[in-house]
Design a binder for this molecule. Structure first.
Ligand SMILES: Cc1ncc(COP(=O)(O)O)c(C=O)c1O
Length: 412
């Protein structure tokens, strides 16, 4: 996408002075490249796209049209998948809080439900008892040590015998089966070694628990790094693996354990890996001031739009200027700040260069955990515009929120 100041101004005139730009073709390419890296080694691989990472419906529809699963962690996301036409059988329902009705409906509709705790096992066994003529299958999320400092809170603690307890309890019922194992372990280094380790562990567990019949699926979760700009990459003091390197850490282990073409389905659940570089955020510069020696540029955006998770990384961005602009400007070191009343609302600290009223600041690589994470703090959400690089066309896919939208659930 080649942006210019003029394009941004045209978009502003149509949609307002701050907006997200979604590159759907980039998403499709990432999806294909990521999947192909795994399929080249282990063909029976599929993607379950992590809705929570960015559930813009256009992205979710693209995943469905490309044959992927919807990986959801709440009834809200489950409802979205159904609303955009994903059949229940193409939904994987994970997450720590699934309520009785949600679990029952999802199982009976044919979704893959990966249980997280013994309370959920009890919900499933009660269902199995109530409906003895129904065959009920679930997956179990495993929690094992892969040498990380943090102890994950998710899934059944394998070492303490919780996974065993879940298996035993479920298989007390003739109409109940476990048809696959799941794990998702988020680590800060997202290293290939950690993926090799989790794959080895989950294969050991499937060998132990599926001696009579191979599992339908093995799901190793998400948490992989995606593509990044060079200045973002340079802020990590460890290596950032690419898609092929992740695939090489995982897929050969399945291939050697299940030679031939009839092994279980390998499910990978990328969010960040395929969505981080598909969204940009553009905000107009509307104010400039100097307070003692601090130079400040105010934009129509907030840190909540670009890094609501509070990451300590400095974002990649570009400033688009109008060459004919004679507006007020600042030159030197400038903090680019947002519209909230919080002192920490600084989208970029110590930018060095020139910035003028009427410029657009465009932040890149902000596809993951942004639009889904932003609270309605101080200003309603900006619109999302989709860019089609083949047609070279922009179209609105989420309108700008209004004050009424924000207050519509309150009883006034
Ligand atoms: C179960 C599950 N799968 C997939 C993901 C996606 O992770 P990421 O966006 O880091 O790839 C998450 C994120 O927390 C998750 O909890």
């Amino acid at each position: 996408m080649t942006l210019t100041w003029q394009t941004l101004q045209n978009l502003e005139q149509e949609y307002g002075d701050s907006f997200f730009i979604l590159d759907l073709r980039q998403f499709e390419n990432n999806y294909k490249d990521f999947l192909e890296s795994f399929r080249a080694i282990y063909p029976n691989t599929n993607i379950g796209y992590s809705y929570k990472t960015n559930y813009i419906p256009k992205l979710c529809q693209t995943v469905h049209s490309m044959g992927g699963y919807a990986e959801v962690v709440s009834q809200m996301e489950y409802d979205l998948a159904i609303a955009i036409g994903v059949p229940a059988s193409r939904i994987i329902f994970n997450g720590p809080l699934k309520q009785q009705q949600d679990i029952e409906n999802a199982i009976l509709a044919g979704s893959t439900v990966n249980l997280d705790c013994l309370e959920e096992v009890e919900i499933v066994t009660a269902l199995a008892q109530r409906l003895p003529e129904k065959q009920i299958a679930v997956g179990l999320r495993c929690n094992f040590d892969i040498g990380e400092h943090r102890i994950s809170r998710f899934g059944f603690d394998v070492a303490a015998g919780e996974l065993d307890r879940a298996f035993k309890r479920l298989t007390e019922f003739q109409n109940c089966t476990v048809d696959g194992l799941h794990c998702h372990i988020s680590t800060s280094s997202r290293s290939t070694e950690s993926y090799a380790r989790r794959t080895q562990k989950i294969l050991e567990l499937t060998d132990y628990y599926f001696q009579d019949k191979q599992p339908r699926f093995i799901d190793i979760g998400g948490g992989f790094f995606g593509k990044m700009t060079e200045d973002l990459r340079s802020q990590f003091d460890f290596y950032i693996p690419n898609y092929q390197e992740y695939a090489a850490a995982v897929a050969p282990q399945l291939k050697s354990r299940y030679p031939g073409n009839s092994g279980p389905e390998l499910i990978i659940e990328p969010g960040v890996a395929i969505v981080s570089d598909v969204l940009k955020f553009a905000a107009k510069v509307v104010g400039l001031k100097t307070v003692r020696s601090r130079q400040i540029a105010l934009v129509v955006g907030s840190i909540h739009n670009v890094k609501p998770t509070g990451t300590d990384k400095t974002l990649s961005f570009k400033i688009y200027q109008n060459d004919e602009n004679n507006n007020k400007k600042l030159v030197g070191t400038v903090d680019i700040v947002g519209y909230t009343c919080m002192e920490h609302d600084c989208l970029y600290k110590e930018y060095s260069g020139e910035i003028a009223i009427g410029d657009y600041v465009v932040f890149e690589n902000i596809g993951a955990y942004t639009v889904v994470f932003k609270p309605p703090f101080i200003r309603p959400n900006p619109p999302i515009i989709s860019y089609d690089s083949i047609l070279d066309d922009y179209s609105l896919i989420r309108r700008r929120e209004t004050s009424q939208d924000v207050f519509s659930t309150y009883i006034l």
